[in-house]
Design a protein around this ligand. Structure first.
Ligand SMILES: CC(C)=CCC/C(C)=C/CC/C(C)=C/CC/C(C)=C/COP(=O)(O)OP(=O)(O)O
Ligand SMILES: O=P(O)(O)OC[C@@H](O)CO
Ligand SMILES: [Mg+2]
Length: 256
């Protein structure tokens, strides 16, 4: 197992730089050629990561999609963002090894992890131990239903901080604050700021970030890595705008 992804995230964090991940739902790719053209465009704009996964997927073609992306850009890191153990591919570069620490569903805290651990040990995938925290985004999401858990309240930063601290004491090295796919309200700035202050790990934020304004607010509150899924499905230019925004920001850090 390499540590290329960990090194990249650590370097970003050290320099205060921001990163972006495009969450691809494998079920929503309608036409390979135009999809690959989009990947090419984003990779030219320095997209940092592709996340691939979903709470529930109907087609099992993650392998094929990853191979296609690799043909266009073999350097762009692809991370599995799995809703369950069935969403596995040896062709990815890494896996967000999510433990759903906002919930009390043992299968998603440690169960599925035991099932997949021997496979992971034999693979070349980089494993990123990630505390996955669902935050109430104002609508019931697929993940709420699939995981059968209740999210953390969006207006109680102290609960989110306690959860992240516990995850950190357990050794988790990344935290993903997720308001859920298509959330009405993204994770609040107060939660991002307080969790960021409490733990030294990279903070990933996603869910309902469907405008540049919302993306900027997440970064300004302290998100190190922002994830855009639905927003890009509706309008790919959101990804372009977000990448242009962080490119300028990151460049200014090089100069100063
Ligand atoms: C450790 C392994 C391999 C598996 C367990 C993984 C865990 C703990 C998952 C937590 C619960 C879960 C179901 C997460 C899904 C996260 C995800 C990929 C969300 C993407 O958004 P969707 O929920 O698919 O959005 P739509 O339904 O709108 O497409
Ligand atoms: O699809 P959106 O709303 O961008 O959410 C992305 C991701 O955080 C969902 O798990
Ligand atoms: Mg999905």
């Amino acid at each position: 197992m390499g540590n290329k992804i960990e090194n990249k995230l650590k370097a970003l964090l050290k320099e205060g730089k921001k990163a972006l991940a495009w969450l691809i739902d494998p079920d929503k790719i309608v036409e390979d050629l135009s999809f690959l053209q989009q990947v090419k465009e984003m990779s030219q704009l320095n997209l940092d990561f592709i996340f691939i996964g979903g709470s529930l997927i109907e087609k099992n073609d993650i392998d094929r999609i990853i191979k296609l992306i690799k043909e266009v850009d073999s350097e762009l890191p692809i991370l599995l963002f799995p809703g369950s153990v069935v969403q596995f591919s040896n062709h990815a570069d890494g896996i967000l090894f999510l433990s759903l620490i906002s919930g009390r569903n043992p299968d998603l805290l440690i169960g599925q992890h035991v099932t997949i651990a021997p496979l992971l040990a034999k693979s070349n995938l980089e494993v990123l131990p990630t505390g996955y925290m669902l935050i109430d985004g104002g609508v019931a999401t697929s993940v709420n239903y699939i995981s059968q858990t209740i999210p953390l309240p969006n207006n109680k930063p102290e609960l989110a901080v306690a959860t992240a601290l516990a995850g950190s004491f357990l050794g988790l090295r990344y935290f993903y604050l997720d308001a859920g796919s298509g959330a009405k309200k993204p994770v609040s700035s107060a939660i991002i700021q307080n969790v960021k202050k409490a733990v030294s790990a990279p903070i990933i934020v996603g869910g309902g970030l469907d405008s540049l304004e919302k993306v900027k607010i997440a970064y300004q509150a302290g998100a190190d890595l922002v994830v855009i899924g639905n927003g890009a499905e509706k309008n790919l230019s959101l990804l372009t705008e977000a990448l242009e925004y962080i490119n300028v920001l990151n460049l200014s850090l090089n100069i100063n």
